[in-house]
Design a protein around this ligand. Structure first.
Ligand SMILES: Cc1cc2nc3c(=O)[nH]c(=O)nc-3n(C[C@H](O)[C@H](O)[C@H](O)COP(=O)(O)O)c2cc1C
Length: 358
C-alpha cells in the first residue's frame, strides 16, 4: 500500500485500510491513492457535530458503456437512497471521461460508502485528492454537474499531479479549491498558478431573460475565447451555466454566467466561496431585482466572506433601493450604471469595480 493510502486510512479510521485493500483486490486495478489530509477549524456557525464531518474529494476514470447522463442519473438514485439517511452530502461531476466527487459526512458511514463506491465497475483508478475535517460546505444532499470540456483525459490527470505536488510541498486546500482546480480547463489555480499571475473570478446572473449568458458570450467573443457549457442539477433543478476564461491585463478573470435558480444549488453555494464579485444584471422591475438580491443573500448566508454584489442597471434609484436592502443581508453592494442589454457598456461600468486598475 502506498504511503498516500496509509495517510488517508489514518484519517478515515483503521477499518478503512482493510476496506480499501479489499476493494483493490476485487477490482484488480489501480490502488486508491490519497493525499495528505488537513484539518480546518470549524467556522463560527460550526457545531460539535460538524467538527467530526469529513470532507473528501476524489477523481476516477469513468468506464461507462452508455451515456454519462444515464450513469449520473443512476448514481443519483443510489445516492439519494443511501446517503441521505447517513447524513452524507455529495456533488458529482462528469468531465472528459472523469468523475470527480466531493463527499461530506460523518466519518464511519462515509468510510463505508467510499469502500463501496471504490468497488463500482463504472470507474477505476480512484484517487483521493482531498480529505479533511471541518464544517459542512455542501448544504444539501445532492448536486451534479456535466461539463462539455473539450480537453483530453490526460489534462485532468495533469491537474491531479499538479495538486499532489502542491500538497507535497506543504500547501493546504479547501474542498472547493480542489474541485475547481480539477474542473477548470486551462487553469491550474490554485495548485500551479502561472508566475506572478493574479487570479479572480466572478459570477453573472440576471433578473430577467438571458442577458447573463449574452454578456458572458460577449466577453468570450472579445478574447476569441471558447464558452464552456455545464449543466448543474440538484434534487429537482436543472441549471445551465456558461464559463469563459477571460483575462483583463495581468488578471486572469474567469466569468461564469448562471441562471438565477442556480443560486439554490448546494454545489453553487459551496463554490461561491472564492468568487470576488457577483454581477447582477438588473431589469426595470424593482421587485424582481430585490427578489434576486434576496436569493443572493440566502445563497451567501453561510459564507464568512461573501462576494461583493455589483448591480448593473441604468436607474440610480433602483441602485439606492438595492443598496439599502443589501446591508441587512450582510452583502456589500456596488452600483454599475449601465444598461445590461448593452454588453460593451456593461463591461465599461463593471471593469473598474471588478478588475480595479487592470
Ligand atoms: C462515481 C460514482 C459515485 C458514486 N456515488 C455514490 C454515492 O454517493 N452514494 C451511493 O449510494 N452510491 C454511489 N455510487 C454507486 C455505488 O457504487 C453503488 O453502485 C450503489 O451504492 C449501490 O446501491 P444500490 O444497489 O442500492 O443502487 C457511485 C458510483 C460511482 C461510479
Amino acid at each position: 500500500m502506498s504511503r498516500w493510502a496509509i495517510r488517508r486510512c489514518r484519517l478515515m479510521g483503521g477499518d478503512c485500510r482493510l476496506d480499501l485493500a479489499q476493494a483493490r483486490a476485487v477490482r484488480g486495478r489501480s490502488p486508491c491513492r490519497a493525499m495528505k489530509t488537513s484539518s480546518a477549524p470549524a467556522t463560527s456557525a460550526g457545531t460539535e457535530e460538524e467538527a467530526d464531518i469529513v470532507r473528501v474529494v476524489y477523481a476516477s476514470r469513468a468506464r461507462l458503456d452508455g451515456p454519462a447522463s444515464q450513469a449520473m442519473e443512476d448514481i443519483r438514485r443510489s445516492a439519494l437512497r443511501h446517503n441521505r439517511p447517513l447524513g452524507i452530502h455529495t456533488a458529482l461531476l462528469w468531465q472528459s471521461h472523469w468523475f470527480v466527487q466531493w463527499k461530506e459526512g460523518p466519518r464511519a458511514p462515509l468510510r463505508d460508502l467510499m469502500a463501496r463506491v471504490c468497488r463500482d465497475p463504472r470507474h477505476e483508478g480512484l484517487t483521493i485528492v482531498h480529505a479533511s475535517q471541518g464544517p459542512r460546505l455542501l448544504d444539501g444532499p445532492w448536486s451534479m454537474a456535466i461539463a462539455d470540456a473539450k480537453e483530453p483525459q490526460e489534462a485532468i490527470a495533469g491537474r491531479i499531479t499538479a495538486l499532489r505536488r502542491a500538497v507535497e510541498a506543504g500547501e493546504r486546500f479547501e474542498p472547493q479549491d480542489v474541485w475547481r482546480c480539477l474542473s477548470m480547463p486551462g487553469r491550474h489555480e490554485p495548485a500551479a498558478p502561472a508566475g506572478g499571475e493574479q487570479y479572480q473570478r466572478f459570477l453573472v446572473a440576471c433578473t430577467l431573460g438571458t442577458t447573463a449568458f449574452a454578456f458572458v458570450r460577449w466577453l468570450a467573443a472579445c478574447r476569441r475565447g471558447r464558452v464552456e457549457h455545464r449543466r448543474f442539477a440538484g434534487l429537482d433543478l436543472d441549471v445551465a451555466t456558461e464559463l469563459v476564461d477571460f483575462r483583463c491585463g495581468a488578471l486572469a478573470l474567469p466569468a461564469v454566467g448562471m441562471a438565477r435558480k442556480g443560486l439554490k444549488l448546494p454545489l453553487t453555494r459551496a463554490l461561491l466561496r472564492g468568487y470576488s464579485h457577483l454581477a447582477l444584471l438588473l431589469c426595470p422591475d424593482e421587485a424582481r431585482n430585490l427578489a434576486l438580491l434576496q436569493r443572493v443573500g440566502e445563497a451567501c448566508a453561510r459564507l464568512p466572506e461573501p462576494p461583493a454584489v455589483v448591480g448593473v442597471g441604468a436607474d440610480p434609484r433602483g441602485h439606492a433601493a438595492l443598496h439599502a436592502a443589501a446591508a441587512p443581508l450582510g452583502l456589500a453592494y456596488l452600483a454599475a450604471l449601465a444598461d445590461p442589454r448593452d454588453c460593451a457598456g456593461t463591461w465599461r461600468a463593471l471593469r473598474p469595480l471588478i478588475a480595479g486598475a487592470q
